[in-house]
Design a protein around this ligand. Sequence first.
Ligand code: CAA
Length: 481
Amino acid sequence: MAFERVGVVGLGTMGAGIAEVFARAGLRVIGVEADAEALARGRGHLERSTGKAVDKGKLAPGQRDEILGRITLTTSREDLRDVDLVVEAIPEILDYKIALFKDLDRICEPGTVLATNSSSLSVTAIAAATGRPGQVVGMHFFNPAPVMKLVEVVGTVVTAPGLVADVAALAGRLGKTAVAVGDRAGFVVNRLLLPYLNQAAVLMELGVAGRDDIDAAMKLGVGLPMGPFTLLDLIGLDTAYEVMGVLFDETRDRRHAPAPLLRELVTAGLLGRKSGRGFYGDPPREEPAKSRPATFGVTGAGGDGLAERLRAAGFKESEDPDVVLRLADRPVIEHAVRLPDPARMVGVHLVGDHVAELASTALTSEEAASAARDLVKIAGLTPVPCKDRAGFVVDALLFPYLNDAVRMHDSGYASIDDIDAAMRLGCGYPAGPFEMLESLGLAKVRDGLRALYTEYREPAFAPAPLLDQLVTAGVSRFPRP
Ligand code: CAA
């Protein structure tokens, strides 16, 4: 099927990015917005994005003119009559989308393919509202659309044979990689990504760690391109809230209930980048690095490297130290209560080469916690202060995400390679979840999940049976066909 003329309805961040992607690939685009004001905003997105590319020398001014010249902007949906494909990118509310698709069905030629960029809503429900359910698919781009390489192409039980392959081929022509999936809430990426982002907001609300510390842990410790709160601001908190609601409606998994904090920020109009403020946007509060001398002790398996680092940074080990750093293997408090002065113990979990999570127990003194922060900073690590809770920050966010990926694959929804590719290309992750599982070690993740389950009694934290069985069998890689 040839796609040469496409329509894009909704020119917010995503729609404008999608229009740009089509125009860059040489297709003619009709961009539709509801009114003149919204259209002007859409034009602004397109001009800014291509303008930046010119400033960076990625695009010649003439090429930019050609790209913008391929895009016609209008407030009339009727102008979509003759296009081959329409991609819808309006707000994530099913009733709005259904009303739009009914209208597109009336306006467009019978052969026109209608696609939704929905992040999570039922493509089947949208298709069923039209007189051409076989011609309706999901075509889900990722923010920023000109940059992220993934397109999820969503087929339903009534999609015409061959259409998913045709739309996937179009994605290839746009320079994207398509992953074809069935119609489940959140598809692959949002089903795995959004619960993790939501859980980050829950951890913050529970006071396990702060915004900047959680972001630093995931970015510097795990190597993700952005921490969860920076990413929530990029996605838009209203979109994230709606997606979580859709996930919850389908799964009834209480982890998918939108974090109350999200609801509060959305109601306050703090939507993230698009409104200028979300989790971020208040003036940064940089804590100056202090260099208070402290003596230390290190206990627990694997602490030699840290002790060496601290000695190299000029700190003294002592039999009566200011702070005892305990490499944590189980709740830190269990170790602390055996010390003459439990107030001095801080749990440590080293994440990668750059981050040290520092867990304070109910008995840790503010002096010891602060001394631990100073020590690890001067030793060249980023401290992530947190509470003594199973998984601290990183494992509590990372392991359930990995477990969800195993369950997703085991349910037959998507292959290991597709899930890995989707997370790498859709979110810029350095590795997909199965690649991460295999490099961390299956047993380590399984044991970490058990600890999380024991602490929180959250059913979804119980290790996926497939993961558990592979560990029991002594296998270190997931079987691939
Ligand atoms: N539009 C166009 N190009 C953009 C852009 C935008 N909005 N933002 C960044 N870029 C380009 C930059 O121009 C730059 O291009 P060059 O390398 O050619 O110079 C490139 O992207 C990298 O940008 P920066 O150097 O400014 O910044 P960075 O290295 O920090 O990368 C990022 C920015 C690409 C956004 C990166 O941080 C990243 O990959 N973050 C993760 C984003 C993510 O997870 N997206 C998916 C969200 S989920 C979703 O969208 C689905 C949903 O339904 C909710």
